[in-house]
Ligand binder design. Structure first.
Ligand code: NAD
Length: 451
């Protein structure tokens, strides 16, 4: 038996003791986790700085603060969500009563990416704990400082038979995926999502896949351009564009393109100063490989803003590229960096055609004051989730389940969505023995029809 098999065996035995199912145990665990995160705040922040040059403010607002909010939300609702729920019965079921019992799966494998390496490991864990599961977290090897902090934090808090962190790279992940977990929660690329789903299929393990894609952002001619530019610049260049729901590209109405570009410049300067590479708190690109991939994209179109980069510190300026077409390499894959290509449209049908010819995106953003157009786009376009007149903000809204559709993901989480993801809803009908309805047995001999 290898180490991963032994770990999973230990978790399965622990799960069978029933301890993780106790609501009080789940509440205590979440409170312990919250307390420990608060205490380790500066350590986590330092690790995020070491891995991605994240500022303390970004570390708190996009990673630590988000998970603390999620724990608070979960604690407020966990007792109600964990209760069996009585459901109605039709006339055919007279005499019976039916309930849905929320039940944990068992041991969940949580695989995290590097871009928000703390948040994207802990947020699913909160759901797994709240629903009463054991869990193994596999952080990303590309954010090694955060990976280590995660392991130390969890080791201090919980026994590994309940919750464990396994550090390592692709081989570790492959070894874990070979085991029969009861649930797999994966956040990462579409390519690896397919590998995960294939491995899960071997054991028929249910999965949630939080993937990526090219999320469009439309700026219509009637949009509040100044506000649109500010909110797009913030959502795009946050974490140097390494955000799964960052607007990947902007489709701007031709009439307002120039005005939008000038507002965009103003917004970027206000957020990151005139020389972002001199800004100490501007996030870096995760690796040289990603840096090279991104700088090669800059050959397309015309640079309207930025364009500079520093190989030493792996940082790329917030860059806006105009005159881009779907044939340019930058439109061939998810950008995942601080490059914002602009495409223009005059007729809405060319825009929808352009978007619809590509895989369903994880997020979709539309800036317009036209209510009818808003409704039309929400109805017609296929996407995981999104915002009207904003970017990113649907993600930390705990009442909105967060996830993709088609190639951008399967399933959703956050808030009740997280509880549901890690819960099997067991449907049970309790039948009366006081009488038996004869119409159920049309072929049965008369004598047996009556109790
Ligand atoms: P990735 O798919 O390369 O890696 C994710 C995890 O899978 C890591 O833990 C890694 O160790 C493991 N892994 C990598 N290659 C593997 C292989 N061949 N076999 C088995 N495991 C393997 O993703 P990433 O580069 O860390 O993250 C970027 C991607 O994640 C982007 O596409 C982004 O859109 C997506 N993402 C999605 C969300 C979301 O919530 N939907 C959030 C963040 C990132």
């Amino acid at each position: 038996m290898n180490a991963y098999q032994a770990l999973l065996q230990a978790q399965k035995s622990y799960f069978l003791t029933g301890q993780t199912k106790s609501i009080q145990h789940r509440i205590d665990s979440l409170q312990k986790l919250r307390q420990a995160i608060r205490q380790a705040e500066s350590k986590i922040s330092d690790a995020l700085h070491a891995d991605l040059n994240k500022s303390a403010l970004d570390a708190y607002s996009t990673e630590i603060g988000i998970v603390l909010e999620e724990i608070a939300f979960m604690l407020r609702h966990i007792r109600r969500w964990s209760k069996p729920r009585r459901v109605k019965a039709p006339m055919t079921h007279i005499g019976s009563s039916s309930k849905v019992y929320p039940q944990p799966y068992g041991s969940a494998l949580i695989i995290a990416p590097w871009n928000y390496p703390f948040q994207l490991a802990i947020a699913p864990l909160i759901g797994a704990i709240a629903a009463g599961n054991c869990a193994v977290i596999k952080p990303s090897e590309l954010a090694p400082h955060t990976s280590q902090v995660l392991r130390e934090l969890i080791e201090r808090l919980f026994s590994s038979e309940y919750i464990a962190v396994v550090e390592g790279g692709i081989e570790t992940n492959q070894a874990l995926l070979a085991e029969r977990f009861d649930y797999i929660f994966f956040t990462g690329s579409v390519h690896v999502g397919k590998i995960v789903m294939k491995a899960a299929a071997k054991h028929l393990t249910p999965v949630t896949l939080e993937l990526g894609g090219k999320s469009p952002c439309i700026v219509h001619k009637d949009a509040n351009l100044k506000l649109a530019a500010k909110r797009i610049a913030w959502g795009k260049f946050l974490n140097a564009g390494q955000t799964c729901i960052a607007p990947d590209y902007v489709y701007v109405h031709k009439q307002v393109e120039q005005a939008f570009i000038s507002h965009l410049k103003e917004a970027v300067h206000a957020l990151y100063d005139e020389e972002p590479l001199q800004n100490e708190s501007y996030t870096r690109i995760i690796s040289k490989r990603h840096f090279d991939r991104l700088t090669a994209f800059m050959e397309a179109g015309h640079i309207k803003l930025g364009g500079g980069s520093d190989e030493q510190s792996l940082r790329i300026e917030p860059t806006v590229l105009s005159d881009i077409t779907w044939q340019d390499p930058i439109m061939g894959e998810e950008i995942f960096g601080p490059l914002l290509p602009l495409l223009t449209y005059e007729d809405l049908s060319e825009l929808t055609k352009g978007i619809e010819q590509h895989p369903n995106p994880l997020a979709f953003y539309l800036f317009t004051e036209d209510r009818k157009l808003q409704e039309q786009m929400i109805t017609d376009m296929s996407f995981g989730g999104g915002c009207i007149n904003d970017t990113i903000f649907h993600m930390p809204q705990p009442y909105l389940p967060f996830g993709g559709i088609g190639p951008s993901g399967i399933g959703a989480y956050h808030g009740k969505g997280s509880f549901d993801t890690f819960t099997h809803y067991k449907s049970v009908l309790r039948q009366t023995t006081r009488f038996d309805l004869p119409f159920r047995y049309p072929n049965m001999k008369h004598a047996m029809k009556i109790v």
